[in-house]
Design a protein around this ligand. Structure first.
Ligand SMILES: NC(=O)c1ccc[n+]([C@@H]2O[C@H](COP(=O)([O-])OP(=O)(O)OC[C@H]3O[C@@H](n4cnc5c(N)ncnc54)[C@H](OP(=O)(O)O)[C@@H]3O)[C@@H](O)[C@H]2O)c1
Length: 310
């Protein structure tokens, strides 16, 4: 029996519970992992808070889309992995647990230099950011505007765009400006007058990535970037498709980027392993404190990734 977190109903973090379940043995193509760290993402609470609808027939809902852990057992036809291997996985289901069964194809070896907590929080935001900078072709000669640059996805977009040679302007609250400078971005405060503040530090913005989803983020991006195909959002699935910008992720009219994201896993792990890419872990919580972890995430009081440890 293992402990795992489920949402027992639709609602706020109070619906989360730690339950005892039987994970069973890994089947063909599967691996059983002892979980060392599981990244917390907004998608986790959107799963049970009604953002994506509510279907009582699906309850209880298992949570946790990314994981770092140690292989405990491998399924019958799994090659190249053995008990004791240390790995990082995305996309998985049910990572908020002591143990979880995942598909072998989702796993990449953990470099010893990458601690467990950042390893567990690397891949969901990292692959999303990789998709975004690829989609807008951020590179040398560009000035990229990143909305929500101090967030999980935003901080990855900033770093990857810098590594590709782009200049980056990032929006954040004032408390996060120093952090943005450390990441290599020119910080600007979001809110009324944003377009003028961006122009003041960067007269020509050539591409934009929105990780926030507000009308302000979309409108300012459209105002400052001439080519709409060089504007991408990962957070506004309502207006995005009609605007002719790139809408990335899972939703109607969006590009899930399945291949580009899967291919990015290995590169991201390599870059985090040699410290070209940093996962800033803002807080770790024990599995039993999952509701507290989610409240902190929803309230936006933690800078950087929140990670659960069993
Ligand atoms: N489509 C996809 O494939 C995909 C994948 C991953 C995530 N997402 C979505 O992307 C969004 C961001 O995820 P995340 O993990 O980066 O979240 P996060 O770590 O919670 O970051 C959110 C950031 O938004 C900033 N922010 C809050 N209000 C803002 C506003 N009005 N204007 C500008 N910035 C604002 C915050 O900055 P301050 O703290 O400085 O205020 C914070 O750093 C979520 O909606 C998530 O569901 C989509």
């Amino acid at each position: 029996m293992v402990r795992s977190v489920v949402a027992t109903a639709y609602g706020g973090p109070e619906v989360l519970a730690v339950v005892e379940t039987d994970v069973g043995a890994p089947g063909p193509g599967e691996v059983l992992l002892d979980v060392k760290a599981a990244g917390v993402n907004p998608a986790d609470w959107k799963t049970y808070n009604g953002t994506w609808g509510s279907d009582p027939a699906k309850l209880p809902l298992r949570l946790g889309l990314e994981v770092a852990g140690v292989v405990a057992a491998v399924g019958p036809d799994v090659e190249g992995l053995a008990a004791g291997d240390e790995v990082i996985g995305w996309p998985v289901r049910g990572a908020y647990a002591d143990r979880v069964v995942v598909k072998a194809e989702t796993l990449v070896a953990r470099p010893p230099s990458l601690e467990w907590a950042p390893a567990g929080g690397l891949l969901l935001t990292g692959t999303t950011a990789w998709h975004a900078v690829t989609a807008v072709h951020a590179g040398a000669g560009d000035t990229l505007l990143v909305h929500g640059a101090a967030g999980g996805v935003g901080a990855m977009v900033v770093q990857l765009a810098r590594l590709r040679g782009a200049r980056v302007v990032g929006t954040a609250s004032a408390a996060n400006h120093e952090h943005l400078v450390e990441l290599g971005a020119l910080p600007v405060t979001y809110g009324p007058g944003l377009a003028d503040r961006v122009r003041a530090v960067a007269p020509k913005v050539t591409a934009a990535v929105d990780t926030v989803g507000t009308d302000e983020a979309l409108d300012v991006s459209l105002e400052l970037v001439g080519d709409r195909r060089r504007v991408a959002t990962v957070a506004n699935f309502h207006r995005g498709p009609a605007l002719g910008i790139q809408v990335l992720g899972h939703g109607p009219g969006a590009d899930p980027g399945t291949t580009v994201r899967a291919d990015a896993r290995r590169r991201l792990v390599e870059m985090a392993g040699d410290r070209r890419l940093r996962v800033h872990v803002g807080a770790t919580y024990h599995l039993a404190d999952v509701a507290r972890a989610h409240r902190a995430g929803i309230d936006g009081v933690v800078r950087g990734k929140i990670v659960l440890v069993p």
